[in-house]
Write a protein that binds this ligand. Structure first.
Ligand SMILES: Cc1cc2nc3c(=O)[nH]c(=O)nc-3n(C[C@H](O)[C@H](O)[C@H](O)COP(=O)(O)OP(=O)(O)OC[C@H]3O[C@@H](n4cnc5c(N)ncnc54)[C@H](O)[C@@H]3O)c2cc1C
Length: 457
């Protein structure tokens, strides 16, 4: 028997919790032996478990922690090209290469994500309107297939496997290694212009007007604001600060002060999360962020404000939460208004809600973003939450929108399948690479992503 531990496992949203056999291979040989053994009916790779739902859990099967495969293999310091194993964290890339003047070309809102996880969900960041998805910067990847062979994939070689794997939720195989183009920067700081927007129309107009002028943009929406204030937001546009933007006495533009880390030591009881506490929190965010230009902020506080608080996912209590993320076409912003109205009317509250304009769609078959606007909300699981999620799913679908695999945990298979027109193409590539569905997850079965297309529980 290959050594493993049977564990209760969940995604970042802490629900559902399922019993999985967890493996942590220390070498490529051990990983190959696991993939080709018949010890488990199926397996799924897992990085740092930052997807919110059930993408990297596998009840009744194996979960393969890829975090031991975390060697940096090479770095071209002139071109900013890094080759590394897929278990390397984005935080490790930042720590190693930012001091040399290279930053991540695309980063999600946490740096505690592996390269494998970033590729498997084809993640996007605050610069999607300008730079697109993570895969735009992946030159090639090596994929361990179900038969134990390794497939080298790029835009030119095994391109169908490449485009099925980026955004493919770990279902084509295990990403072993990737080559990534980093972004050259002059400092570890950001130059931010921020402003308050009084309602949804104002923030939508501000996003489309300002996005051409900034590499990064994001707006924090007060979900509890209603009526004339519906969509009230705080918009932060930014660029990497040049050396000249920094104070004259700066000796090292790449040194930032390490802010003290905070922690949520206990699970919050459910009464702590009520509309009053959420209202106070959202009001405070809005009030403490005035309109201001040319603020210099460290990359860490602009990109990763939540990373300072360990286990912040405990604030939603034992029942857990989900992050609901939908993207709407540019002419369907009424969908965003309808969503905000439903949420403002429901007693479910969201501490964090983000609105962003997205750029053109990437080429990954199941890659999430397309041109339009994306609204993201943390929503606690409570009694009555599921019917609301179903209602929201229908709303998104009817408005021509779609939901994100990295976040999803409740969507029904028919709804998801209607949102992803290239799903059959994905399934055909999966059937070719993995004819017996060796790679599967709870999410894949729930949504019918495997090659037989059947959804199962
Ligand atoms: C605070 C926070 C903010 C976030 N902000 C954003 C954001 O702004 N934009 C965005 O796009 N996402 C965002 N996310 C989601 C996160 O970026 C993705 O879920 C990412 O995929 C997590 O990577 P991970 O290493 O934790 O992978 P896991 O969550 O462990 O797994 C995610 C998927 O990747 C697959 N996978 C992992 N490793 C491999 C591998 N080696 N080979 C094949 N498949 C693999 C898994 O099977 C699974 O399907 C955020 C998450 C959090 C918690």
């Amino acid at each position: 028997m290959i050594p493993h531990a049977t564990q209760q496992l969940s995604g970042w949203g802490r629900t559902p919790v399922t019993e999985c056999d967890v493996y942590r291979p220390e070498s490529l040989q051990a990983l190959e032996a696991l993939v080709t053994s018949d010890e488990q009916p199926n397996i799924i790779a897992r990085g740092l478990g930052r997807s919110y739902g059930d993408a990297s859990v596998n009840d009744g099967g194996g979960v393969v922690l890829a975090t031991r495969l975390n060697r940096m293999l090479s770095f071209d310091a002139d071109a900013g090209v890094v080759t590394c194993e897929a278990g390397v964290g984005l935080d490790e890339l930042v720590n190693a290469f930012l001091p040399k003047g290279w930053f991540l070309p695309v980063t999600p809102g946490t740096k505690f994500v592996t390269v494998g996880g970033a590729i498997a969900n084809d993640v996007h960041g605050k610069n999607h309107h300008r730079d697109g998805v993570f895969s735009n910067f992946v030159a090639w990847l090596d994929l361990l297939l179900a038969d134990g062979s390794v497939l080298h994939c790029s835009r030119d070689e095994n391109a169908d496997a490449f485009w099925a794997t980026v955004g493919g939720a770990g279902l084509t195989g295990i990403i072993l290694t990737a080559q990534i183009q980093l972004l050259q920067v002059e400092s570890a700081y950001m130059k931010i212009d921020s402003r308050r927007c009084k309602d949804l129309d104002e923030v939508l107009a501000a996003l489309s007007e300002s996005d051409g002028r900034y590499r990064y943009s994001v707006s924090w929406v007060d979900v509890l604001a209603s009526g004339a204030h519906l969509g009230r937001s705080f918009l932060a546009n930014g660029d990497h600060a040049s050396r000249d933007d920094l104070p004259g006495n700066t000796t090292n533009p790449f040194a930032t002060r390490d802010k003290r880390k905070l922690a949520v030591p206990i699970e919050f009881p459910s009464w702590a999360l009520n509309s009053l506490s959420i209202k106070i929190f959202n009001e405070a965010i809005y009030r403490t962020h005035p309109t201001r230009n040319n603020q210099i902020e460290s990359y860490d506080s602009y990109f990763y404000p939540l990373d300072r608080i360990h286990n912040w996912n405990r604030v939603y209590g034992k029942r857990g939460f989900t992050q609901y993320q939908a993207v709407f076409p540019p002419d369907q912003t009424e969908g965003i208004r309808e969503m905000l109205e439903k949420l403002s009317a429901a007693s479910l509250g969201s501490y964090l809600s983000v609105l962003k304009r997205m750029g053109p769609q990437g080429e990954g078959m199941l890659s999430f973003p397309f041109e339009g606007y994306t609204l993201t909300l943390d929503l606690p699981f409570r009694k009555g939450a599921e019917p609301l999620f179903e209602e929201l799913d229908r709303l998104v679908l009817n408005r021509g929108g779609r939901l994100y695999l990295a976040k999803d945990v409740t969507t029904k298979a028919d709804v998801f399948q209607a949102m992803y027109p290239r799903l059959d193409e994905f399934r055909a590539v999966k059937a070719k690479l993995d004819p017996h569905n060796r790679f599967s997850s709870r999410q894949a079965r729930r949504l019918g992503l495997c090659s037989n297309g059947k959804a199962a529980n």
